[in-house]
Design a protein around this ligand. Structure first.
Ligand code: PLP
Ligand code: LYS
Length: 472
């Protein structure tokens, strides 16, 4: 997943005077990586949507995640503009979800993809329009399916024959018959090898999600759904993976899904009136480092619309609505994690080399992605600027684990000192939601900033929160 900077790899970091490949100016904040309303104030400190990171740290403590509200909203709007309407864009709540974010999504007219009963309950608790929700999951419980059916959500994306069986029993017991069927989509495994980390690629054949297209399971799933008058098939779904830069994976997926649609309509002409949507999932990558070059939402929309339109017209099919489910591309870039620098240690690796370990007050409990996927991040000195020489560093956490690495290889100024604040960019997706209490470390707060005002969205966990599960 990572692109290593030019020069030596892990374990071979030269001493400061030998650095090569370092950025010319460590104070520059690349627009492609940092939130849309990030910059440096007159004295060099990081400003996020008109707030000074030092003031935020003084008020809310560190570590702290800071989310730029208008960055999030503007990326929702980018996708809505690209695909023609916000209703076709199902924000993937698994990337990050909170009540306030649900409210923003409702304001923006977005749809929402949830993948558990917990995410569904949060959305419904904020009165998010149920018709704009889809429920995913490779092992949905009966309780989750019941909540979705009773909540009258937009669609349940079925993922297995077992689930179709469970739903059949449920629609019967809930009295949902032919006059009031439950809308479902079929998740199709289209056999695309997305070029991303193995753990986050999801449409090759050998994995747990969906019904295989090539093996005929997807067509069989459709037959079983049609045999049940309590279910109404409203679309086909494919999701090929996450943090994808190469648009060709989406294009092949779209091509194969249209092929399946054509075959299904040949077999079941009545479906012409009911299958209205092709959902091509999420997965659009973002820039974590200078080397990353993700396509824009607009480029993705253009190529997918062109393929689906061309192939449907060639097959004489009505062109369905194209839906997508971006998570990371909407919430990822607008959040940064702010840490306070603690111990700084130069470790001699051999006679010639040293590695500077910069310890921070968080770590793998607030960002597991580096340890789990070898993910790469960009970090900057945030409480001030510095013209000191760049030193190649490793930012590490406070946990009792040598793999507790936040940023594996980066450059920070030689005068970095204990008590400085540093900020890690693009931590909005899959960091807070994958956070843990490893070593009984409380989760950090998430603070939203907008036009000079900061508001806590999720408060910091306390030791009491951690004690609340204890029984006598
Ligand atoms: C079904 C589904 N939709 C959408 C997403 C969101 O993906 P991303 O955050 O990469 O856009 C995921 C996660 O990979 C997913 O599994
Ligand atoms: N959690 C992964 C992505 C998984 C996407 C959900 N299917 C990440 O951090 O990149």
């Amino acid at each position: 997943m990572r692109a290593h900077p030019a020069g030596p790899r892990h374990g071979e970091i030269p001493a400061a005077h030998e650095q090569s490949g370092a950025p010319a100016d460590l104070n520059v904040l690349s627009e492609r990586i940092w939130p849309r309303h990030a910059g440096r104030g007159a004295d060099g400190a990081l400003q996020l949507a008109g707030t000074d990171v030092r003031d935020l740290a003084a008020e809310f403590g560190t570590p702290m995640m800071v989310m730029d509200e208008l960055d999030f909203r503007s990326r929702c709007q980018d996708f809505a503009d690209a695909f023609g309407s916000a209703g076709q864009v199902h924000y993937a709540g698994k990337a990050f979800l909170s009540g306030r974010v649900v409210d923003w999504l409702a304001d923006e007219g977005m749809a929402l993809d949830v993948c558990t009963g917990g995410e569904l309950a949060l959305a419904l608790s904020r009165e998010f329009p149920a018709q704009r929700i889809t429920l995913h999951g490779s092992n949905k419980s009966t309780a989750e399916l019941t909540a979705a059916v009773r909540g009258r959500i937009g669609a349940i994306v079925v993922d297995s024959f077992d689930e179709i069986g469970r739903l059949a029993g449920l629609v019967e017991s809930e009295g949902r018959n032919g006059a009031d069927p439950v809308p479902v989509m079929v998740r199709v495994t289209v056999g695309v090898e997305a070029h991303t980390h193995e753990f986050i690629a999801t449409a090759h054949e050998d994995q747990k999600f969906g019904f295989s297209l090539a093996g005929g399971d997807a067509a069989e799933a459709v037959r079983r759904i049609l045999a049940n008058s309590g279910l109404r098939l409203v679309g086909l779904h494919s999701h090929i993976g996450s943090q994808i830069f190469d648009p060709s994976g989406f294009e092949v997926a779209a091509h194969r899904l249209v092929g399946l649609l054509r075959d299904l309509l040949d077999e079941h002409p009545a479906l012409t009136d009911t299958i209205t949507t092709l959902d091509l999932g999420g997965g659009l990558g973002i820039a974590y480092t200078e080397e990353d070059r993700p396509p824009t939402a607009d480029a993705m929309a253009k190529s997918l619309t062109e393929i689906v339109t061309r192939e449907c017209q060639a097959a004489g099919l009505v062109v369905p609505t194209i839906a997508v489910e971006p998570g990371r591309a909407i919430v990822g870039p607008g959040t940064v994690t702010v840490y306070e620098v603690g111990t700084i240690k130069d470790v001699a690796l051999d006679g010639r080399h040293t590695r500077r370990y910069v310890s921070v007050d968080g770590g793998m409990s607030d960002n597991i992605r580096t340890a789990l996927y070898d993910a790469d991040y960009t970090v900057t000195l945030a409480s001030r600027s510095s013209d000191a020489a760049p030193v190649r560093c490793r930012v590490v956490g406070r946990h009792c684990e040598s793999g507790d690495i936040v940023v594996r290889d980066c450059y920070l100024p030689a005068d970095l000192a204990v008590g400085d604040l540093i900020a890690v960019a693009a931590t909005g997706a899959y960091c807070y939601v994958m956070a843990s209490n490893y070593n009984r470390v409380p989760r950090p707060p998430v603070v939203t900033v907008r036009e000079g005002t900061a508001r806590v969205m999720l408060r910091r966990e306390t030791d009491d929160d951690l004690l609340r599960l204890e029984m006598p």
